[in-house]
Design a protein around this ligand. Structure first.
Ligand code: PEP
Ligand code: MG
Length: 881
């Protein structure tokens, strides 16, 4: 029988051996295998852990033998001796499970120290204080991890010693004081365990390995496994690794580095190090670190090692790496490497560059960039080349950057905005009562709340920048001041926030407009070639249509026509149409509106020349075009008080009557959509005429207009068949009149549950469907969007009752099921039937993935989201087909 192998030297393993070596062990092995300078070490396997448990929590002789054999190899490799006074080898002993269980199990550092080796360490580092401090930490850690000695027993000793010496901080303790502490620590150890502190490093090592194995079954590890579905019988591996010291003199140091610039993506080693220092010094930020570049002059041989390491890291991991390193006596060691975090700009540049360098393919590049990176690049951004006075950092809750005057009061935000001033709203937290302030502000900063706080959810929904949970700033809304450390800012002072990084910046900053050039354009073009879903845009104006095309939209999926009625100068004509008492009067009023609508359609169809343009006929209830009845009643009262002309008052009163008559209890569920088109057919007929006339004119000019007419809010197939007949008559009439054949598709929105479940019947009268997921969400959930978002949705999200805002991210189990039903029913009889989405979800990545899975033809979203949608569609196709 083959002898079981319980230990692996790092160079014997690789990244595929997670099961045997645990995650950390496999990664250390991989780094060693490819020739990266990792401090030597070995891993005791997960199998050893399981056998340890089967052997009544005892290490077998075979295990011990292999552990010491491996240790000998580390001594040989490092040229140091375990327990040797002159040149002591110290090791770290760490757990490393197959699945990452951060902080759940135990670690012992500086193992190998005893009364003799501590002096050797003192001599080698030339820093006896450091050696003594390491020793006392080791005793404490060992006592805690291996023997469960309570922390406070050690802490009390330190506190006593500080009092005795009249100092406040640990770092002020003298060598003598540390020596005393060590003596006291050992006494505690003996009292608690009944044994002397083990001076034999080999004994220390075996005890530490056992302790790590035991920690697999500590309470917090068990709970963590339960929550994360990690089987109990996997066991943990133990990594024993030589410690290296960056504080042994001027040819030592420690630091962190990135293989490319994580902010710009530039291909260049980027990082900082501290000479003659250890890890904690870097974090403490007391000394100013030097850039890696400077190593060229200070320690050129170390710089050369960096160049070598750089190549190996990038070629092997094929991604930008974030490394932690230590230099011990001119020798570079990597303690850790992982894929580095990066800004949106860097993510795109690195992915595109790596394709060009042959490191990755285009598919991988698309997967390396997150849709939210694309989103960030489309918001105005802070010019990072400029020097910024960053005063605090909160959560990057909603991307984009904003600058403006500080205001604390939402009403004031509104007032200032009306005066044309830009403001940033600061609140400890926002509530639905602050909504108007958020609307008015350029951005929002809150000191409390997380990524799903009210401010975060609302701001994201509005596409406004937000930094939330920034507890470094203390906001006093009564005194109207905000304080960060020593900086105090008042109402009216200028502040800026960067919702992509969470940075809060004092003063105003220059913002740069998003550009679709360079690597950004390149990766989007690749996405286009890969995606299955087409991406169209929701655009109501020629300007929006142009923007959409610029961003790569392949059509318009929704042109809402209501804004054409809303324009100030058209309102009197629209009102005349609404107030008409007879069909004749209405027709006359509509005749007046016809040329204006024709002009609108002409411009949009021209901007979209050659691409499908879906025009939706009027949807909202008519009262939306009328003034508020209460305002009107007040005005009448005022006129009466002022004794104005009786006739005028009478006229106003008639108007009020009509307004009241049109008012509805639930307008969202009321007289709107095709219900309006069926009861006032002249409106839809006029709109259809305007479209056809615009088409004829454009065709005469040699253009290729491609309109598609869309009917909103159909619930019964009969509604659509009646509408269709009416529109077809109109089209035919104009075709004959102009001796032309137009072939304009007529389709409908599917935005009611009834339409979904009877989609097969409706499809008999339609040339296409577009899912209106805004109304479909409202009617499926029974939420009115405005009320839900303003009143209770944030509460639901905070309470985890809902994970996401269903108006932003499709509710796949509910609304999605209805869509799926509609797709199945329709495609059963009409497999090629064109299906799209034009609700807000058409621009949201996870929803796009869902629509891709259902096999829809296109998604349509606002022009600024078109690039994100193109990108998300490509990722959906790559990862699902
Ligand atoms: C919808 O309901 O999803 C839709 C796009 O229409 P609107 O938002 O205009 O109601
Ligand atoms: Mg709708």
């Amino acid at each position: 029988m083959n002898k079981a192998k319980y230990t692996y030297l790092f160079e014997e393993g690789n990244s595929d051996m997670r099961e045997t070596l645990g995650g950390k062990g496999a990664n250390l092995a991989e780094m060693s295998r490819i020739g990266l300078p990792v401090p030597p070490g070995f891993t005791v396997t997960t199998k050893a852990c399981n056998e340890y448990y089967n052997n009544d929590a005892n290490l077998t002789d075979e295990m011990k033998e292999q552990i010491f054999e491996s240790l000998q190899k580390i001594e040989d490799e490092s040229g140091k001796g375990f327990g040797e006074k002159e040149n002591p080898l110290l090791v770290s002993v760490r757990s490393g499970a197959v699945a990452s269980m951060p902080g759940m199990m135990d670690t012992v550092l500086n193992l190998g120290l005893n009364d003799e080796t501590v002096e050797g360490l003192a001599e080698k580092t030339g820093n006896r204080r450091f050696a003594l401090d390491s020793y006392r930490r080791f005793i404490q850690m060992f006592g805690d991890v291996v023997h469960g000695i309570e922390h406070y027993l050690f802490e009390d000793i330190i506190e006593n010693e500080k009092d005795k010496n009249g100092v406040e901080n640990d770092v002020e303790l003298s060598e003598k004081a540390l020596e005393d502490i060590i003596v006291e620590f050992k006494k505690v150890f003996e009292q608690k365990t009944g044994d002397k502190f083990p001076e034999d490093p080999k004994e220390q090592l075996l005890q530490a390995i056992k302790a790590v194995f035991n920690s697999w079954n500590n309470q917090r590890a068990k709970v963590y496994r339960q929550i994360n579905d990690i089987p109990d019988d996997l066991g943990t591996a133990v990594n024993v690794q030589s410690m290296v010291f960056g504080n042994m003199g001027e040819d030592c140091g420690t630091g962190v580095a990135f293989t490319r610039n994580p902010s710009t993506g530039e291909k260049k080693l980027y990082g900082e190090f501290l000479m003659n220092a250890q890890g904690e010094d870097v974090v403490a930020g007391i000394r100013t670190p030097k850039s890696i570049e400077e190593l060229k002059d200070i320690l050129p041989e170390v710089y050369d090692q960096f160049v070598d390491v750089y190549e190996k890291l990038e070629n092997h991991y094929r991604d930008m790496q974030d490394i932690e390193f230590t230099v011990e006596k001119k020798k570079l060691y990597l303690l850790q490497t992982r894929n580095g975090k990066r800004t949106a700009k860097a993510a795109v540049k690195i992915a595109v560059d790596m394709v060009k360098e042959g490191l990755i393919d285009k598919k991988e590049a698309i997967n390396r960039v997150e849709p939210n990176h694309i989103d960030q690049l489309l918001h105005p951004q802070i010019d990072t080349e400029k020097k910024l006075d960053v005063i605090a950092k909160g959560l990057p809750a909603s991307p984009g950057a904003a600058s403006g005057q500080i205001v604390f009061d939402p009403n004031e935000a509104e007032r200032k905005k009306e005066n044309g001033e830009n403001v940033v709203l600061l609140r400890p937290e926002t509530t639905p009562d602050d909504i108007h302030g958020i609307v008015a502000a350029e951005g929002v900063l809150t000191s409390r709340g997380g990524m799903t706080s009210h401010a975060a959810v609302v701001a994201r929904g509005m596409g406004k920048p937000c930094v939330s949970g920034c507890d470094a700033v203390s906001i006093d809304i009564n005194k109207e001041v905000v304080q960060v450390d020593d900086t105090i800012l008042k109402k009216g002072d200028l502040i800026s926030i960067d919702g992509a990084t969470g940075n809060v910046i004092k003063g105003e900053v220059e913002l740069i407009d998003p550009k679709l050039g360079g690597e950004f354009k390149e990766i989007l073009d690749w996405a286009n070639d890969m995606k299955g879903l087409a991406v169209w845009a929701n655009a109501d104006t020629p300007e929006d249509a142009k923007k959409a095309r610029e961003f790569g939209a392949e059509g318009i999926g929704l042109c809402r026509t209501e804004h054409m009625f809303m324009a100030q100068e058209r309102i009197p004509k629209v009102r005349r149409m609404i107030m008409s008492e007879t069909e004749e009067q209405r027709k006359e009023a509509l005749e007046d509106l016809l040329p204006l609508q024709e002009e609108d359609f002409y411009e949009i169809l021209k901007a979209m020349d050659g691409l499908p343009t879906t025009i939706r006929l009027l949807d909202p209830p008519l009262h939306e075009f009328l003034p508020n009845s209460q305002d009107l009643a007040c005005e009448i009262e005022r006129m009466k008080v002022k004794e104005e002309d009786e006739e005028k008052i009478l006229e106003k009163e008639e108007f009020l009557k009509a307004v009241n008559a049109l008012e509805e209890s639930n307008p969202m569920l009321g007289h709107r959509g095709c219900r309006l088109g069926l009861t006032y057919p002249e409106i839809y007929i006029t709109q259809a005429k305007a479209i056809i006339k615009a088409v004829i004119k454009l065709k005469d000019e040699g253009c290729k207009p491609c309109p598609e007419i869309m009917i909103p809010l159909v619930g019964y197939s009969k509604e659509l068949s009646m509408m269709r007949e009416m529109l077809e008559d109109t089209i035919k009439e104009l075709e004959e009149e102009n001796n032309i054949s137009l072939n304009i598709p007529i389709g409908t929105m599917i935005e009611l549950p009834r339409a979904c479940v009877t989609a097969d019947e409706i499809s008999e009268h339609a040339d296409f469907f577009s899912f209106g997921t805004n109304d479909l969400t409202q009617t499926t959930l029974g939420y009115s969007r405005d009320d839900a978002e303003g009143k209770f949705l944030h509460y639901y999200i905070q309470q985890n009752l809902l994970e996401k805002n269903p108006f932003s991210v499709l509710d796949q189990e509910g609304v999605g099921k209805l869509i799926e039903t509609a797709v199945d029913k329709t495609r059963k009889t009409k497999p090629e039937f064109k299906l799209g989405v034009c609700g807000e979800h058409g621009g949201e990545p996870s929803s796009i993935e869902f629509f891709n899975k259902l096999g829809l033809n296109y998604v349509s979203c606002s022009p600024y989201r078109v690039p994100v949608a193109r990108f998300a569609a490509a990722r959906a196709k790559l990862n699902n087909n």
